[in-house]
Design a protein around this ligand. Structure first.
Ligand code: 13P
Length: 252
């Protein structure tokens, strides 16, 4: 049985003070509701310390949305893994489509970060997903396949327990358009088959695959009911307790 893993990617929202107040409110609500899935929130870098403090004693994991591909040095404006770990952050989202499209991150570059995160004993949520153009051109499987094969290049089988994959079709992010549960499940099954080919069936069966793209209170349950959908990576609907709690309690 794969344990549901639901995450909130705050993107470039929430100042430290707003983030801390919201995270404290969320931690309280999660406890009261008896949420039993694995929960993660990923604030912007500068908001992380206040949020870590605010959720202390709760079962909410605080993650980063990105990190640099080096351990230290002359990389102005960047954040290294040990800076995150010093704050108690041991999970990082890598390869988000906004990083790929706005900041030109390639599969090869993302792979460098994946390997560094694993070497630093961090957990990774690796995001993959096709654009509408790619989907309409029949390239869904080839795009996903190279994002996974290249993104996980040289990752050892025993490191795969630290990897979660998030399938986020680019056309569904922030658009209000969700993939149908059937389409999402088919993409997840394909992702699992790629991982099986790269590693083995045990690793593929245990891999947590989150769906992301306009997940909200009204579609979470139907998505999560699908065999291959093990969690969600939520953007807009993770920014208030009112919207995020119903996603976290999809099974209640
Ligand atoms: P939305 O839920 O706002 O569509 O964002 C999804 C996402 O990109 C999460 O990483």
């Amino acid at each position: 049985m794969r344990r549901p893993y639901i995450a909130g990617n705050w993107k470039m929202n929430m100042t430290p003070s707003k983030g801390a107040a919201f995270a404290a409110e969320l931690a309280k609500a999660v406890k009261e509701a008896g949420v039993d899935c694995k929960i993660m929130i990923a604030p912007p870098f500068v908001t992380i310390p206040a949020v870590v403090e605010a959720v202390k004693g709760s079962n909410i994991i605080v993650a980063a949305q990105n990190m640099n591909d080096h351990t230290s040095g002359a990389y102005t404006g960047e954040v290294a893994p040990d800076m995150l770990k010093d704050l108690g952050v041991t999970t990082v989202i890598l390869g988000h489509s906004e990083r790929r499209s706005y900041y030109g991150e390639s599969n090869e570059f993302i792979n460098k970060k994946v390997k560094l995160a694993l070497a630093e004993k961090m957990e990774v949520v690796l995001c993959v997903g096709e654009t509408l153009e790619e989907r309409e051109a029949g390239k869904l499987e080839s795009v996903l396949s190279s994002q996974i094969v290249d993104g996980l290049k040289d990752v050892a089988a025993e490191e795969m327990k630290a990897i979660t994959i998030a399938y986020e079709p680019v056309w569904a992010i922030g658009t209000g358009k969700t993939a149908t549960p059937e389409d999402a499940d088919a993409a997840h099954a394909f992702i699992r088959s790629v991982v099986k080919k790269m590693f083995n069936s045990d690793i593929a069966e245990n891999l947590i695959i989150q769906y992301g793209g306009s997940v909200n209170a009204s579609n979470a349950k139907a998505l999560m009911a699908k065999e291959n959908i093990d969690g969600a990576l939520v953007g807009g609907a993770s920014l208030s307790v009112e919207k995020f709690l119903p996603v976290l309690t999809f099974n209640k």
